[in-house]
Design a protein. Sequence first.
Length: 256
Amino acid sequence: MFYKKTVKIIGICGHDFCGSTLLSRLFAAIPSVASGGELRWLIDDPSDKGKCSVCGDRCDVFTPEMKQWLTEDNLYESVATAFGKNILISSDKGWDQYQRFVKEGGLTGIVLFRSLEGTASSDRKHQTVWPITKRSTVEASLAHWVMVYRRLLIWSEQYCKDHVFLNYESLVANPKAIMEKLCDRIGIILERPFPSGQLVTNYHSVLGNPSAHKSGKVYTDLSWKNKLSAAEISFLQNHREAKALLSQMKKRAIKP
């Protein structure tokens, strides 16, 4: 399989359930962009997690023929070629997945973050789907959140110079304005105004959040208010280091 070497890679980084599936679906509405989800699973687990979450075995992008050629050194370029695009969005989230492009100066990083309450609620909700995360308590969820974003702040400052911070709550509150500013910041040309609210249904994505795949529109999820106790919410909102990290990222995040 021949693949394009001149591909612009935009890597979404963040904690599990930070909103990367939703952001990937929003990018899928842009004709010039290939938005493929958590692409590392095409190599790590091609027959199960590496399937298209939308098309399954019928997918004409993530085909068995395409997967057999994939390596760590050509994964993203090969996926972009399969889509027929020169811009690729990956939702792999781990900064280490993109280090090859950081070294070559060919990566734009999006550090996506959401509220501590939303993160803890999602961690607990998805234990039955991904029990390997083992973050059913708010203490475990917050400790992992702090570790992830502490590292991402260092990564963005010292290694990935071309990056942008994006807050999930701001994105869902005003998707049109945020996406237009985001695209302008990362060099994606919009041929028409960005659609507001509705999500495309004709797209391809590896793994991702099942709830985000089922949704037909962007909406604000405040279910954590009913799923977390008052004591848990207070613990999350008053953790000193988490508050400091959140404040740093919000200051640097794209505003509507």
